[in-house]
Design a binder for this molecule. Structure first.
Ligand code: SF4
Length: 323
């Protein structure tokens, strides 16, 4: 499987002021040294608690925020160096579906206009032809063509997310970056939208970067998964392996805390110690050591190096237990 997207050593820090009455400059280390590869048609999950940096990765990949360092290669070409037409072409091939479908649609713009505009901008279709394509896309995501003349407020959250997906498809992307695409939706609607994305993925051969805090969703949707903690990837590998036999203590806790239909197992869930530390002041050594029940002396001093998991293509882990 050839790589669609290669991310190498991506870094993004935010410098901000905090405190009163004398605010101090602090550096929030949102993303540190993140690397992964997504193959053609592959669904790659990025999971972790809120604030772990996964949505920052998604935005930095698309340069909605500029990364500070690292390489992003799209089919081997340097996306970070692209300007003008080259940047536009990359952006056509990588589209994003946001968490909140309402704020990502302009309330004053009809659905037809929202779908036709990207086709015009990217020179794919105009006028009646673009409108026909937009109607077909709405049908593909389960909405009637009559929706073209309506406005975002006339739709439910699930329908708006379908419109967001249709809009991403207008420019025929190869890769969809889905940033918590169902977490703002009612539970009853989540499954329908996930099913739609899975069908689209199979029908169109789309690759996905699927950002989520919900491991049960990632388990169902993704081929590979990376677990993020405090801006770093701590474990990566095939979803089947990582979720069945997580090597990193944090990945294991996330796995065990994800919703399961068995109430007996739910009652036995392990508790994660303490709060996630601030990315403005990450702990030395392994960033997980203040919360890790298996922490050793070395963990508070030395950042664990990346260690391959046993077996070909099984990913790896950053933990002194396996170094
Ligand atoms: Fe726990 Fe140490 Fe592994 Fe970090 S390196 S996860 S503190 S055992």
């Amino acid at each position: 499987m050839s790589a669609v997207l290669q991310v190498e050593n991506l870094r993004k820090h935010f410098v901000t002021k905090k405190g009163f009455p004398r605010p101090k400059t602090v550096t929030v280390r949102a993303v540190e040294d993140v690397s992964f590869t997504i193959g053609e048609g592959e669904a790659f999950g990025l999971v972790g608690e809120s604030g772990c940096g996964k949505s920052t990765v998604a935005r930095a990949l698309l340069r909605l925020i500029e990364p500070d360092a690292g390489r992003v290669l799209y089919r081997g070409e340097d996306f970070r160096a692209a300007r003008g037409e080259a940047l536009k072409s990359f952006r056509r091939r990588m589209q994003i579906v946001f968490q909140d479908p309402y704020s990502s649609l302009d309330p004053r713009q009809s659905i037809g206009s929202a779908l036709v505009e990207p086709m015009r901008v990217h020179g794919i279709a105009e006028g009646a032809a673009a409108r026909r394509r937009a109607a077909a896309l709405l049908e593909e995501v389960g909405l009637p063509p009559a929706a073209l003349d309506r406005f975002p407020h006339e739709f439910s959250g699930g329908q708006r997310q379908r419109i967001g997906i249709a809009r991403a498809l207008t420019v025929e992307p190869e890769l969809i970056i889905a940033d918590e695409p169902v977490s703002a939706l009612d539970v009853s609607v989540q499954a329908q939208v996930l099913l739609l994305m899975k069908e689209l993925r199979q029908r169109r051969g789309l690759a996905f970067l699927f950002v989520s805090h919900d491991l049960s969703v990632v388990r169902w949707f993704c081929d590979r998964v990376a677990v993020m903690y405090l801006g770093r990837i701590v474990e990566e590998g095939p979803a089947a392996r990582v979720l069945a036999e997580p090597m990193h203590p944090y990945a294991r806790i996330l796995r065990d805390a994800s919703p399961v239909p068995d109430p007996a197992r739910r009652a036995a869930l392990p508790r994660i110690m303490g709060e996630i530390p601030s990315a403005a002041n990450p702990p030395p050594g392994c960033p997980f050591h203040p919360r890790c029940a298996q922490a050793m002396d070395v963990c508070s001093r030395t950042l664990p190096r990346w260690t391959p998991a046993p077996g070909e293509g099984q990913g790896g882990v950053a933990c002194h237990l396996h170094g």
